[in-house]
Design a protein around this ligand. Sequence first.
Ligand SMILES: [Zn+2]
Ligand SMILES: [Zn+2]
Length: 667
Amino acid sequence: MQHKAELTRVVDALAHRMTPRTVLIPSALADGFDYLCPEDVAPGALVEVNLRGKPVVGMVEAGCAGSVAIEKLKPITRVLEVPAYPKKFRDWLEFVARFTCAPRGSVLALTGIKQAMTPPKKPLLLEHFTPDLPDLSAHQQRAHAALYEADLATPIVLNGVTGSGKTEVYFHAIAELLARDETAQILVMLPEIGLTHQWLARFEAAFGTKPACWHSHVTPAKRKRMWHAVARGELRVVVGARSALFLPFAHLQMIVVDEEHDTTYKQDDGVLYHARDMAVARAKFEGARIVLASATPSLETRYNIAQNRYQEVVLDTRHGGAKLPEVSLIDMRTQTLDSGEFISPVLREAMYQTLAEGDQVLLFLNRRGYAPLMLCRGCGHRFMCPSCSAWLVKHQAAGKLQCHHCGYHAPLPKECPSCGAGEEKLVACGPGVERVEEEVRALFPELAGAQAIRVFSSDEGIDDAAIRAAISGEIRILIGTQMLAKGHHFPQLTLVGVIDADMGLAGGDLRGSEHTYQLLHQLAGRAGRAGKSGRVLLQSYAPDNAVMEALAHGSHAEFSSAELAVRKLGGWPPYGQLAAIILDGPEEESVRRAGFALIHTAPHDARIRVLGPAPAPLSKLKGQYRYRLLVKASRDIGLQRTLSTWLENAHFPRVRLKLDVNPYYFL
Ligand SMILES: [Zn+2]
Ligand SMILES: [Zn+2]
């Protein structure tokens, strides 16, 4: 019987001109399976196949593995009625898999290929652009001209301070491309948090219609409609977070990566890619123009400019003549504060003054909750998360202790679990935004009643009304985490006070200084926009630190050269290559042993150094013990290939291995 079925299949295959081809499946588990495909199916075509009894979408590859005899192969179920993935796109996907050392199937999954299985119920309403853009200033015109004169193969870095009109410059470029090429598709990437109503309203005002947005909150039905319209080349402009980069555009002609320095472009789960770097690569494969925009270009980008790989276009004047804020440091070592107080007398005075003039104040502290630590004064006990090596954060309003890593929470304790001391011995250490709010309410009792003081953090459930009240100036004092640093413009804002400017400088994070600079610089950009000059006060215990000095001088170039010199000296990126190996598992001993086993098989090459294994700074996370190794290599070595060879057979029972090429997170 069996034999007869096989024979029938071969006869069928011959009659229908079927040929064996590998079909890549969007999964980390396999590199694809051979199926019988009609001969005229092109590589890149999306097909439905039966995989262990389940219908699955896959992509047809150029060849076949040939490891299974032809008479054992099953035919594909059907060819899906969507455009095949173009060769340029497939080549880029291969590149991403190689670069990140990720399974090819996992990279394929990022393209949203499952959307191909069924067509959308109704088509997407397509945009009709009627660009009506304001004229560019002389400065912007020069930048715009430079953008056109540059060689298409060279990424352009649009480097301009906040408010210099970078957006207008690339809006003009988009409008011209839309007019010039009827089939051109354009992708604008923004950090997820930057996809604000204000940005979208700006786009709508310039183009007469809203752009199609691709991010994590898009509904499944809309997602499907967009995916099909992108693949058919019907959707002209897509604005999205990093995942939009993996959409199967039919004719991608321009990519804009706005806020290119933003760390959220690095994916920290699954395929660990950096969306900016992969966007540069995609533009190259597609033959598209790429523009990287930032007020504080990343050190990698600065390096590429210095190496003549990228071309820099500088926009150095604030559009409309608004002045840059004056940044000054408050040396906290000279300030007298009572315990539990975090706003220095100098900052307090500046707040009084600003409010008296009818302006708005923003206090920044990148710490959610009331206090980052609770401790018992009786015995020194610290309240830790049971599953992570992390302190529990006190959230006063919610009446909870909360772990910010795993979501564990417990009611506020009534007594010390270690010595039994009562509530009066339990103290909150350090400030969080809730605690600063408490201090502000005590300082400004006349504002405390109305909705004039408000905390903005991810715990607060910030709605559009709150954002509107902040923009209109109805909220006089904004207290917030980094969600306030990005995207929004507050026209009444003239004073920004940074509670703890040193945060982020401590710790072993390679990019700590860079991120601190970028975040504080971005905050400074919030102050003094609509014609009014603003000021920024940084409370610091280390005012002579290079980051603080560069901020006070307002010079990103100064900061970058100092930081690049440090990186060069240590052979760190961008002067060298870096990869992290993170091992985790439920038993500490097996994780530690796996780390040492890896050291024994590490590649012997003078150009590679393997550091570790060492317990990760976050040595326990969600009940898993964690160890890290860091691989440092010179630029002239094929790091990915070396790593793949080394780790190919590294399998340890009850230990998971994660490889992060060019890591951004060091916890
Ligand atoms: Zn105690
Ligand atoms: Zn936890």
